[in-house]
Design a protein around this ligand. Structure first.
Ligand SMILES: NC(=O)C1=CN([C@@H]2O[C@H](COP(=O)(O)OP(=O)(O)OC[C@H]3O[C@@H](n4cnc5c(N)ncnc54)[C@H](OP(=O)(O)O)[C@@H]3O)[C@@H](O)[C@H]2O)C=CC1
Ligand SMILES: O=C(O)CCCC(=O)O
Length: 489
């Protein structure tokens, strides 16, 4: 598959530790398969505790020189990394499609999104300012410095193999931290191509390392327990987030957690229905529904329920399912057999409890990990689609009568990541946006991820924010200096 890349140097089947490519470990190799056709893509060295420890120690050694490098120079290096990502956009997109499955057009969009974090944080590097605070004594001066927290460990998911790394590495390196990344074992190739580009951009050895292999607990255990690691940043399921928080508590590490969601997409009677139908298509079917901010529950006011359902079905019927490398494909495969089974179970449960099938509802004729885009009407809170993240191309339509009912349904979940509101009544929008329990609210907008905005959740959807000017706060500590014995001025 290497032949599909214009620059074969971006295809790496090795871990990247302390600026060197590690092709062998004593623990053998693990196979990586294309989710679209099951073909063997690569064989990666299996890292365990030893290799992870070496990467952490290298990150510790690299920390001093990196944090002393001026913010301007760190920003320039990150800018070069951004430029290289843009230059190699097509190859990065191909790698993403090969290992994750998303259509090439979406993969290109992810590269732009991922590179955006590098550009944004290359600029933010020079804006990590401290404070001078009026003191309580005339002989004292009080200064608050913002210093890099130190060695960071990032554990990232497969659904956005590039963006979930740059959203973490960009701010960490900009702030002067070093980072060890454990990408999802299903999508290491994109992470390794990013490491190759980091090296070409001039990121020094040890500042950014990538661990490979599927000995997940061994690697995760080392990252979360090693005393030199001062920060854990994770994107993935709430279940694993809880485990990592508990492990990191033993050495009191700072943690950022981007966890699961159960996003409500609320459409009121006064919405622009065509805009709402377009918005929900983006919010649901982006990445074949495998996104934590994907619309999991579509709540529609009774007066427009049938009209909106008709518009949605018309659009869904035009979606083309297939290998993401093929032209014109809108939905790729799900990541693995487990993903397809979960979708099947959710649909079967909903149908057994009275949902009406408006479209799809079964595995796609292509077989493998392909599932038909599915629309279910008459969904109710008793169904699994109401309480669990489906993470697939299934859109359940719930019905509500009043605004209060919609808000109560929206908030009836332990998650609080994203929510969407469609209405043309500004007063209602302000009211509902205030009452919804979520970290992000899309208003007449189905796609709200970008590098300038603070991404993150409340409740059991996580801790901290990524992107925006706030994103860098996760990688700095405040140090307060109290200087006494000075002349009063
Ligand atoms: N919020 C989000 O963005 C995401 C949410 N999910 C949700 O989670 C469900 C399951 O997906 P899944 O991929 O299993 O998500 P996980 O949360 O299991 O995986 C995310 C990352 O965490 C790693 N990981 C898993 N267990 C541990 C551990 N004990 N210690 C350290 N690292 C660990 C994984 O490694 P490895 O790949 O080696 O297992 C991967 O790098 C999905 O169906 C979806 O509902 C999934 C992905 C992203
Ligand atoms: O599923 C996730 O956790 C990542 C969402 C991608 C994004 O929109 O930033």
């Amino acid at each position: 598959m290497q032949h599909l890349l214009k620059d074969a140097g971006l295809w790496r089947e090795a871990a990247y530790i302390n600026g060197a490519w590690l092709t062998e470990t004593p623990h053998g190799r693990c196979a990586l398969h294309n989710p679209a056709d099951g073909a063997l893509l690569a064989e990666l060295p299996r890292c365990r505790e030893d290799e992870t420890r070496r990467a952490i120690e290298a990150a510790h050694v690299a920390l001093g020189p990196w944090r002393r490098t001026t913010a301007k120079v760190r920003g320039e290096i990150l800018r070069r990394w951004y430029d290289l990502m843009v230059q190699h956009r097509e190859d990065l997109a191909t790698l993403i499609t090969l290992e994750e499955g998303k259509p090439l057009a979406e993969a290109r969009g992810e590269v732009d999104y991922a590179a955006g974090f590098m550009r944004w944080f290359s600029e933010e590097a020079t804006r990590v300012r401290g404070d001078v605070i009026p003191s309580v004594k005339d002989t004292q001066r009080i200064v608050a410095l913002r210093e890099p927290i130190g060695v960071c460990a990032a554990i990232t998911p497969w659904n956005f193999p590039a963006a979930m790394i740059t959203r973490k590495a960009g701010p960490a390196l900009a702030a002067g931290c070093t980072m060890v990344v454990k990408p999802a074992s299903q999508t290491p190739l994109t992470a390794l191509a990013l490491a190759e580009l980091a090296e070409r951009a001039g990121v020094p050895a040890g500042v950014f390392s990538v661990i490979t292999g599927n000995d997940t607990r061994a690697i995760g255990g080392e990252l979360t327990s090693h005393p030199l690691v001062r920060k854990i940043t994770f994107t993935g399921s709430t279940e694993v987030g809880r485990v990592l928080l508990a492990q990191a508590a033993q050495t009191v590490k700072k943690c950022s957690m981007e966890l699961g969601g159960n996003a409500p997409f609320i459409v009121f009677d006064d919405a622009d229905l065509d805009a709402a139908a377009d918005g929900v298509m983006a919010a649901k079917f982006r990445n074949t529904g495998e996104s934590c901010i994907g619309a999991n529950r579509v709540l529609v006011q009774a007066g427009v329920y049938d009209a909106l359902a008709a518009r949605i079905v018309e659009r869904v019927a035009k979606l083309r399912v297939g290998n993401g490398l093929e032209e014109g494909v809108n939905l790729g495969p799900l990541i693995d057999a487990g993903g397809v089974e979960k979708v099947e179970e959710h649909v079967a449960d909903a149908l057994a409890k009275g949902a009406r099938l408006l479209h799809g509802g079964r595995r796609h004729a292509l077989g493998g990990h392909f599932y038909e885009p599915t629309v279910l009407a008459d969904a109710t809170p008793a169904m699994r689609v109401a309480s669990e993240e489906t993470f697939g191309p299934v859109m359940p339509l719930f019905r509500f009568d009043t605004e209060d009912e919609a808000i109560a349904m929206a908030n009836d979940t332990e998650f609080g990541l994203a929510a969407y509101l469609y209405s043309l009544d500004a007063a209602r929008i302000w009211r509902c946006a205030a009452r919804i329990e979520s970290g992000m609210v899309g208003i007449n907008c189905g796609l709200m991820s970008n590098e300038v905005a603070p991404f993150g959740g409340i409740k059991q959807s996580g801790l901290g924010r990524e992107g925006s000017h706030l994103g860098i706060d996760e990688y700095v500590e405040v140090k307060y200096l109290c200087w006494d014995g000075l002349e009063a001025v």
